[in-house]
Design a protein around this ligand. Structure first.
Ligand code: ADP
Ligand code: MG
Length: 662
């Protein structure tokens, strides 16, 4: 059955479901609640706490319209204890559904003095014992109640669903069947069964994930045919000695690892993990140089045009004395220009290509691709990564990532890759001085801004993206621009950067900022990734409480990129304790660990951080033990499949869900 044929799904709802990336009944059923609300009838007591009570309506409910957007629904209500007066605001529309004698469950606060109960929530039935209500991440067009109805309908109409946990494992762990688990997850009977259902889905998700990784590892181990490589140690050393700085120990080690991989009879599949500002770029550039010396082409894919351009400028400078041919390929380019690049890549007139996902263009064919590098790897889905890798046979692959995950996680999650970790920061770096300020202290901060600008330095101002009533992201950079323009009346030049601008405008603004045409750059988090302007020494982040610590740390990484002392002001009226972590530390690994401790989860595995690791129900930190077990199980299982030659069936089944390996 198609989603649009489901009872209750009209064109509007269908469109809304698509926004949630729900396209089929299967998608709908597999859209799990993110939390559950537990309701239990309580005794009527005069506390400041929210209570849930049950009872019956005693008189005909009345509605009073107070203002255009304000009405009050009132009635008397019989509870076990006594008759009370109930008030609900803005629920006038419920009047016709309420009658004398009707059972209700109400949630709200009771005031014994006035014998009145102000309810914030109402259910048109009496709950007997405990009610476990699923809550879904939804949008304005689909409320929780409608969604529950749709799930209900879907559960009646779906045609069985594949269980990806092999039967033997399912039996030995006494997991619920997939059907019962689905029922429990959306309509829990009790806490115990709900926990069992969750466990099953968490395990299933992690099993599939680790199976993929084990499979990729196995596949890599089968390859025997490799690119011909030489060891050009001398030339590479000369190149490194010519750099304007000395490499850190970890940078050198990462480069050594890469050079080893090149000559090792194995396809390179290496992750370079390093905190922001640890200097991963030069490692990548050196690898591309080595690849060039072996007469192969390299491609570097990055998530944004801004970053692509920046890398392009840097690498051109770096190799200005060399005869490498370097080109930039982005979506926003003249057709003829693009065509020329496609042709030149095909004829090996280009040695190094830098680009956004435009480099995934099907028409792009390399003459002799040897090395693929993805920067800010965590921003890409695995599919995209794999496409690129398939552009050449046997190509070596490097991923750069700033996701500060502890080593043990990295080894498990990136189990199919070899890992180099860059921990040491370049010499002479000072820690970014970080202060937390209330909005009322802004004046003080603005004086500091003025000081920095007078010293010839530049300042980033970051505004969070906020949601408008449509649920669309809008940016309030404009209001900040007003504020700053007013504060510095004509003394400073201000640039504006946000995600809704045309790529060309973004590039111009950034280029102008790098060329010091602006003193201040006001932007949204688009600057979070990768941008490198050494003269920028101050960052002010508004509404800092809206961000995860890992994101704040990434943002802050835009300053402190030279030997100048840099400052970061976190403006927030709330959450001092969490933000304090950033004041204490400049170490991304420590910060993400702390964020986890303080919030129960970090944002490093949040959907935004990890294109390839966004789990629906599993939480890698919370469920780490399950992850380890699933990894072990899937490894044994893969081996038994391979030995028993039943591999193809299972493989095909599992691949329907796992679409990233060819
Ligand atoms: P990230 O790891 O965040 O990508 P980058 O590669 O952009 O960091 O490096 C940050 C800055 O540090 C760049 O301006 C780069 O030129 C500089 N840099 C990199 N390595 C060193 C080093 N060993 N010594 C001094 N500066 C360095
Ligand atoms: Mg970088």
């Amino acid at each position: 059955m198609e989603l649009e044929n489901l009872k209750g799904v009209g064109p509007k709802t269908l469109e809304a479901l698509h926004k949630l990336e729900i396209y089929t009944i299967d998608d709908l059923i597999n859209y799990y609640p993110y939390r559950y609300q537990i309701l239990k009838p309580e005794k009527l007591t005069n506390t400041d706490m929210v209570l849930t009570i049950v009872g019956k309506i005693e008189n005909t409910p009345k509605v009073v319209y107070i203002k255009r957007n304000l009405n009050r629904l009132t009635f008397r209500f019989i509870t076990n204890e006594k008759i009370i007066n109930v008030t609900l605001f803005n629920r006038g529309f419920l009047k016709d559904q309420l009658a004398i004698g009707q059972d209700l469950t109400l949630t709200g606060k009771y005031n014994a003095k006035t014998n009145s109960f102000v309810a914030s929530d109402i259910r048109l039935k009496k709950i007997e014992d405990t009610l476990i209500e699923p809550k879904y991440h939804l949008i304005k067009e689909i409320k929780n109640n409608l969604f529950l109805k749709l799930i209900d309908e879907a559960m009646k109409n779906y045609e069985g669903i594949t269980d990806y946990i092999p039967q033997t494992l399912s039996e030995s762990y006494h997991f619920l069947s997939k059907d019962s688990a689905l029922k429990e997850i959306h309509k829990p009977t009790n806490m115990q069964l709900l926990k069992k259902a969750q466990l099953k889905f968490i395990y299933e998700e992690l099993f599939i994930f680790t199976f993929k990784i084990n499979y990729l590892k196995y596949k890599n181990s089968l390859e025997h045919d490799f690119l011909k490589r030489t060891n050009q140690k001398q030339l590479i050393e000369t190149f490194i000695n010519d750099l304007p700085f000395t490499l850190t120990f970890d940078q050198q080690t990462a480069i050594d690892d890469i050079l080893q991989d090149f000559i090792h009879p194995k396809r390179m599949n290496r992750l370079i993990l390093g905190d922001v500002g640890s200097g991963k770029t030069i490692v990548a550039f050196t690898a591309m140089y080595a690849n060039y010396l072996d007469n192969y082409q390299s491609v570097l894919m990055v998530p944004t045009e801004i970053l692509a351009k920046q890398h392009y400028e840097n690498i051109k400078n770096l190799f200005s004395k060399y005869s490498l041919n370097i080109k930039l390929l982005i979506g926003n380019m003249q057709k003829s220009e693009k065509q020329q690049i496609l042709e030149d890549v095909k004829n090996h007139k280009i040695d190094i290509l830098i680009g956004t996902h435009a480099v995934l263009n099907e028409e792009l064919e390399f003459a002799n691709l040897g090395l693929v590098i993805t920067d800010e790897q965590h921003r890409f889905g695995v599919n995209q990564r794999n496409n690129l890798q398939n552009k050449g046979q046997k190509v070596d692959v490097i991923y750069l990532s700033a996701t500060p995950i502890p080593r043990t996680y990295a080894l498990t999650l990136y189990g199919d890759m070899d890992t180099s970790i860059i921990k040491t920061k370049p010499k002479g770096r000072k820690e970014v001085v970080t202060e937390i300020k209330k909005e009322s202290e802004l004046k003080e901060v603005l004086f500091k801004v003025l000081e920095e600008i007078k010293a010839g330095h530049q300042v980033y101002v970051v505004a969070p993206s906020i949601l408008d009533s449509e649920g669309m992201e809008i940016e309030n950079v404009d209001s900040l621009k007003e504020k700053f323009t007013k504060a510095f009346k004509g003394i400073v030049k201000i640039g504006i950067l946000h995600g809704k601008q045309k790529a060309k405008d973004k590039d111009n603004v950034l280029q102008d900022f790098a060329n010091k045409k602006y003193n201040i750059l006001i932007s949204t988090t688009v600057i979070e990734i990768g941008i490198d302007v050494g003269n920028a020494t101050m960052m002010i982040i508004f509404n800092a409480e809206r961000f995860g610590l890992a994101t704040l740390h990434q943002l802050r990484g835009r300053v402190g990129r030279s030997s100048l002392t840099s400052y970061c002001y976190l403006i927030s009226n709330y959450e001092k304790e969490r933000l304090q972590v950033l004041k204490e530390s400049n170490d991304g690994f420590y910060i993400s660990q702390k964020d986890f401790e303080l919030r129960g989860e970090g944002d490093l595995f949040g959907s935004k951080q990890s294109g390839d690791m966004s789990f629906k129900i599993a939480n890698v930190q919370r469920d780490y033990k399950i992850l380890l077990q699933a990894k072990k199980d899937s490894d044994i299982y893969l081996k038994s499949l391979l030995a028993g030659k039943t591999f193809n069936n299972f493989y095909n089944e599992i691949m329907k869900k796992i679409d990233f390996i060819d």
